[in-house]
Design a protein around this ligand. Structure first.
Ligand SMILES: *Cc1c(COP(=O)(O)O)cnc(C)c1O
Length: 374
C-alpha cells in the first residue's frame, strides 16, 4: 500500500548467523532480538537465526519474550535485565531465562517459580565496569550461593557486558574481562558449577577472542551492521552484510526557481533552478529531521542525490539536478538505505553524519514503515 517500505533480507540474516556461529564455535550464538529485532522484526529474525545456527535468543523486556513464545518459538530466551518483582511471574510463565543481580530478584524468582510450578533458570549478571546493572563482583559468590540454596531456581549462567569492545585498542575491555575471569574463578573455588558463562556482544565476538566463553550475545552483527566504523573490516572479513534496506517511490516532481527556499524554516535556498523530487517518508518513519543538514543523500536514478530542506514528518525532498539534465519521475525508486546500482548507503553512513551509531538508525525505523521479508 505505502510507497515506502523496509525490506528485510532473511538470507542475509541466515548467512550472518552462520558466519558468526562458525567463527565463534565452540561458543554458541545467542541472537539478540530486542527492540523488535533492531527494527527488523523480532519474530522473523529469531526464526531465521534459529534455523541458521543460533541456539539462544535474548530480549530486553518480558513482553518481547512473550511475543516470541506466542509465535511458537521454543528456544531458550534470555531476559537481559532483572525483571521488576511484579513481572517475574510473567517472565517465568513465558519460560524466559531470568537475569538476576539482587537478593530480592532471586527471591522473587523462587516465589514465582513455586507459584508457576516450574523451575526458573537464572543468569547472574556481574557489573565489571559498564555500571548499568549487575551485581558487584565481590557479591557474586554469595548471590550464587543464595540461588543454589533456593528451591525452584537453578543457576544456569553468569555473565557480564562490555562497555568498550567496539573501540579497538581500548584496554578497558580486557580490564572488564580480567574482573569477570576473577569472578568465574571465585565461583569455581566456592564449588559452584555454572554451566554457561557469557560476556561478548557483537564487538566482543568479533574483536575479543577471550570474551567468547560459552555463548556470544550478538545483536548488531546478526543484522549485518558493524558495531562501529572501526570494526567494519572485521565484519567484512566475516562476510556480514546488512539485511535491511529502506526504500520509497518518488511521489511528486517539480522545478523550483532560483532564489526559492524549501521546507520548514526555508533553511535551504536554491541558487539555480532545480528539479526537486518529493519522497513520501519522513521523521515519523525514522528518517531524522536533521539528515539533510548533515549532508544526507539518497540513491535515485542510479545516482546519489542530496536531501534538501529539513525532513518533514511524512515527506522529504531531494535535489535531482538541473532542469533538462535530471530525469526523474513519480514512481521512481528512491533508496534511503541499501543498494541501487553499484552504490550503497548504509546505516553507518547516516550514523556518522548524525553523530550517532548505526544501532539508533535501524531501531528508529518506525512501525509505520511496512516490513517485507524475502
Ligand atoms: C543489546 C545487548 C547485546 C547485543 O549487543 P550488540 O552490540 O548489538 O551485539 C548484548 N548484551 C546485552 C546485555 C545487551 O544489552
Amino acid at each position: 500500500m505505502r510507497a515506502a517500505r523496509a525490506d528485510v533480507d532473511l538470507d542475509a540474516i541466515a548467512d550472518n548467523v552462520r558466519a558468526l556461529a562458525a567463527a565463534v564455535a565452540p561458543a554458541g550464538v545467542c541472537a539478540v532480538v530486542k527492540a523488535d529485532g533492531y527494527g527488523h522484526g523480532a519474530i522473523a529474525v529469531a526464526q531465521e537465526a534459529l534455523r541458521s545456527g543460533a541456539t539462544w535468543l535474548a530480549v530486553a523486556l518480558v513482553e518481547e519474550g512473550a511475543v516470541l513464545r506466542k509465535a511458537g518459538i521454543t528456544a531458550p530466551i534470555l531476559l537481559l535485565s532483572e525483571p521488576r518483582p511484579d513481572d517475574v511471574g510473567a517472565a517465568i510463565h513465558w519460560d524466559l531465562r531470568l537475569t538476576v543481580y539482587t537478593r530480592e530478584g532471586i527471591e522473587a524468582a523462587a516465589d514465582a517459580a513455586a507459584q508457576e510450578e516450574r523451575t526458573a533458570r537464572l543468569h547472574l549478571k556481574v557489573n565489571t565496569g559498564m555500571n548499568r546493572v549487575g551485581a558487584r563482583p565481590a557479591d557474586v559468590v554469595a548471590l550464587a550461593q543464595a540461588v543454589v540454596a533456593q528451591p525452584g531456581v537453578e543457576l544456569e549462567g553468569v555473565w557480564t557486558h562490555l562497555a568498550t569492545a567496539d573501540e579497538p585498542g581500548n584496554p578497558f575491555a580486557d580490564e572488564q574481562l580480567d574482573r569477570f575471569d576473577a569472578v568465574v574463578a571465585a565461583l569455581v573455588e566456592a564449588g559452584i558449577d555454572v554451566p554457561l558463562r557469557h560476556a561478548a556482544n557483537s564487538a566482543g565476538a568479533l574483536d575479543h577472542l577471550r570474551s567468547r566463553f560459552d555463548l556470544v550475545r550478538c545483536g548488531i552483527a546478526v543484522y549485518g551492521i558493524p558495531p562501529s566504523p572501526e570494526l567494519a573490516g572485521s565484519a567484512a572479513a566475516l562476510g556480514l552484510r546488512p539485511a535491511l534496506s529502506l526504500r520509497a517511490e518518488v511521489a511528486y516532481v517539480k522545478t523550483v526557481d532560483a532564489g526559492e527556499g524549501i521546507s520548514y524554516g526555508q533553511r535551504h535556498t536554491f541558487a539555480e533552478p532545480r528539479v526537486v523530487a518529493t519522497v513520501p517518508i519522513g521523521y515519523a518513519d525514522g528518517v531524522p529531521r536533521q539528515l539533510a543538514a548533515a549532508g544526507g543523500e539518497v540513491l535515485v536514478g542510479g545516482e546519489r542525490r542530496p536531501i534538501v530542506g529539513v525532513v518533514t514528518m511524512d515527506q522529504l525532498m531531494v535535489d535531482c539536478g538541473a532542469p533538462g539534465a535530471a530525469a526523474v519521475e513519480p514512481g521512481d525508486e528512491v533508496v534511503l538505505l541499501g543498494r541501487q546500482g553499484a552504490d550503497e548507503i548504509t546505516a553507518g553512513e547516516w550514523a556518522e553524519r548524525l553523530g550517532t551509531i548505526a544501532y539508533e538508525i535501524v531501531c528508529g525505523i518506525g512501525p509505520r514503515v511496512p516490513r517485507h521479508y524475502g
